[in-house]
Design a protein around this ligand. Structure first.
Ligand code: NDP
Length: 288
């Protein structure tokens, strides 16, 4: 088994980002800024927000954090987003999901200016991603794409794992992970199968794949039965269990196999936050 060290790749990238922030400050006299919004006090969300704020501070990015009451209405959240849309020091706005009342989540995301949509969840940016024909185009146009999906592509690139011509199965079709990641793999010329809970013959599909990405939120869901020798397996899942944090892969079962894999923790997780910093710089550049 070969491990992809997401923590190391992420740390190296964060040093580059820090240097870029310093350069931007010297050249423009401005400091890129990220606003985070947390509604309520979900403990997992509090941990994520804390890590995002710290990563901003470490990189020299200004951090603006706003906490709203758990019982805030959709209108309250949108009013805050409108205020941040108008704040010139704020380049990116991240609304931490899920909301206590999550049925309003997309309406709230839709209120974020597409120029400040660092999670790539606004229909404008999701549309741009779907219309783009290649990875080059996505990079050249500075399109704001979901951080986790960008993190997975970056992990593959930095590990010198080629994507072109490979068969990739993405298990999960959420707007946050499965769909944008499938589009990014396609833009990198993989042949992509987007699987979900109604997919039939999932084991067989995965067993034929060169790259398997699992983002189901089901602890230890994937084991050796799904993976061929030599495959690359990316574990997006973050699950809190009685035994601690684990991914969607039964890590013990794949330990003695000839696969390349991301651990949990220390794989995709740190890359998601690193890509949030990168997206904040993209948003800054798109706005000047
Ligand atoms: P969602 O719950 O929105 O989506 C889960 C997807 O997995 C759905 O498409 C669902 O199918 C599919 N699925 C669930 N069970 C099965 C199954 N038994 N077989 C096949 N497909 C299945 O979750 P997210 O996409 O938001 O997140 C997925 C995981 O990734 C979670 O563990 C989350 O914590 C983690 N995550 C990690 C991040 C990181 O930085 N590492 C960032 C974001 C998320 P269907 O659509 O049919 O219901």
């Amino acid at each position: 088994m070969n491990l992809i060290d997401g923590k190391k790749i992420s740390n190296d990238l964060r040093l580059e980002i820090k240097e870029n922030v310093e350069k931007i400050k010297q050249e423009t006299g401005k400091t890129p800024g990220l606003a985070t919004i947390l509604v309520g006090q979900n403990p997992a969300s509090q941990v994520y927000i804390k890590s995002k704020i710290k990563a901003c501070q470490d990189a020299g990015i200004q951090s603006f954090h706003r906490n709203l009451d758990a019982n805030s209405s959709k209108e309250d959240i949108i009013a805050l987003i409108n205020e941040l849309n108008k704040t010139s020091e704020v380049d990116g706005i991240l609304l931490q999901l899920p909301l206590p009342n999550n049925e309003h989540a997309q309406d709230c995301v839709n209120a974020i200016s597409p120029l400040k949509d660092v999670d790539g969840l606004h229909p404008f940016n999701a549309g741009l991603l779907n219309l783009s024909k290649s990875w080059d185009e996505i990079i050249k146009k500075n399109i704001l794409v979901s951080c986790t999906s960008l993190g997975v592509i970056s992990l593959l690139n930095k590990s010198n794992i080629s994507i072109e011509g490979k068969t990739a199965v993405v298990i999960g079709r959420s707007n946050l992970v499965g769909k944008p990641l499938s589009m990014l793999l396609l833009a990198n010329n993989a042949t992509v199968i987007m699987a979900h809970s109604k997919t039939k013959n999932l084991k067989k599909l995965c067993k034929n794949a060169d790259i398997v990405v699992v983002a189901t939120g089901e602890p230890k869901f994937l084991n050796t039965d799904f993976i061929k020798d030599g495959a690359v397996v990316i574990d997006v899942g973050i699950n809190r269990t009685d035994e601690g944090l684990c991914g969607d892969i039964d890590f013990e079962s794949v330990k003695n196999t000839d696969i390349t894999i991301t651990p949990v923790p220390g794989g995709v997780g740190p890359m998601t936050i690193t890509m949030l910093l990168e997206n904040t710089l993209k948003a800054f550049k798109n706005r000047v």
